[in-house]
Each structure stands twice: as C-alpha cells, then as structure tokens.
Design a protein around this ligand. Structure first.
Ligand code: NAP
Length: 173
C-alpha cells in the first residue's frame, strides 16, 4: 500500500518506519528539517522516501495525519486535494500546551477533521497509543505470530496484510 505520512515526529516517524518495514511504500513529509525526513526514509529502508506533503499525498492510498492539532489546517493545505483519500489520524484535538482537549463532549477531532476534508474518508487510530510503545507493539504483532490482536485495521496495517489474507484483516482497509 502507498502511505503518505503528514507529520514525521514521534508518531509519524515511528509509524512510517513500521509501515515501511511491513512492506508498504511510505513517503515521510512535514518536518522543519528535510535532513530529518531523509534520515527517516533511509533508516526505514524499503521504498521509503522523503517528500513534501503534496508529494506524500499525490499517489497515496492512505495518509497518516500525525501533527499537533494546531498544525492540521496548515498541513492539509500543503497536502492539496485529498478527495477520495483515506486519512488515518492519530492527532488529538489538544490546546497549544497539550493540557486539555479543545474539542470534546459534543464532537470529536475526527468529526471536525471530516468537516475540513469532507471528500476524504477519516479513520481515527493510534491516538491512544503512546509513541514510546509503538516499536515494541509491532514486534509482538510480527509476521511470525505474536500477541497482536487479529482482525483489526491497525494490526493489519502493521503486519502489511490485507483483508482476506491468512490471519489478516476482517474489515476493508
Ligand atoms: N506522541 C505520542 O505519544 C502521541 C500519542 C497519541 C497521539 N498523539 C497525537 O499525535 C499527533 C502528533 O504527535 P507527535 O508526538 O508525533 O508530535 P511531534 O513529535 O511534535 O510531531 C509533529 C510533526 O509535525 C512537524 N511540524 C510541526 N510544525 C511544523 C511546521 N510549522 N512546519 C513543518 N513541520 C512541522 C514536526 O516537525 P519536526 O520534525 O521538525 O519536529 C513533526 O515532524 C498529535 O496530535 C498528538 O496529540 C501523540
């Protein structure tokens, strides 16, 4: 699967690396440092490369949105037309100093995101998982079998599996 990473920090950098190592074709984008994006791509191996948000989005079948809530509008604008794309968002709608939710009770970050890009398909995922555990979760959900939960979209993306494959996802990705 071709996956564009919008925000290559703690979450995007690690998840993009995990996706690439699972065999997906990953483009890392949106950092203050092009050198950091290049290094992430080199270290992730496979087909991974660095690009702009527009380049990450252009041919992507899925995008990972992994920026602070305050940067969502900026990165979406830079990514361009996202009609028809699947956007997997781990971004939590937090205030500037991450002390409280700015959207809650009557709506959610994903519902607000869906209003910003009404022609995209929004999936909320990974947003309750601290970045510190992502690599170890992936190791336990490895291809050789492990404790990773079968049949969830997150698990199957991590494993590089599609619906219908042995031990694979039970829902469309
Ligand atoms: N960290 C976690 O454990 C965790 C867990 C669950 C959910 N989340 C949510 O996931 C989202 C991402 O969190 P994170 O911890 O991965 O954040 P992060 O490490 O700060 O990563 C954000 C990325 O956006 C880039 N960025 C920010 N402002 C930019 C600008 N003006 N121009 C270009 N690039 C810019 C950063 O660039 P640089 O590379 O230059 O820093 C970085 O690559 C947040 O909404 C957070 O609430 C985080």
């Amino acid at each position: 699967m071709r996956i564009g990473i919008l925000g290559s920090g703690l979450m995007g950098g690690k998840l993009g690396t995990i996706f690439s190592r699972a065999g997906h074709d990953v483009v890392f984008s949106y950092s203050h440092s092009k050198a950091k994006l290049d290094k992430l791509a080199r270290d992730a191996g496979g087909q991974a490369r660095a690009g702009t948000p527009a380049e990450a989005a252009r041919d992507a079948e899925a995008l990972l949105l992994a920026v602070h809530w305050s940067r969502v509008d900026d990165v979406l604008k830079k990514a361009g037309d996202l009609s028809g794309k699947v956007i997997v968002s781990c971004s939590l709608p937090m205030n500037a100093n991450d002390t409280r939710l700015v959207i809650a009770n009557t709506s959610s970050g994903s519902e607000e995101l869906a209003k910003k890009v009404p022609k995209a398909h929004i999936v909320s995922a990974f947003n309750t998982v601290p970045s510190e555990v992502l690599f170890s979760v992936f190791e336990s959900a490895g291809r050789e079998g492990g404790s990773g939960k079968r049949g969830t979209a997150e698990c199957c993306v991590l494993r590089g599996q599609r619906k219908g494959e042995e031990g694979g996802c039970s829902i469309d990705q």
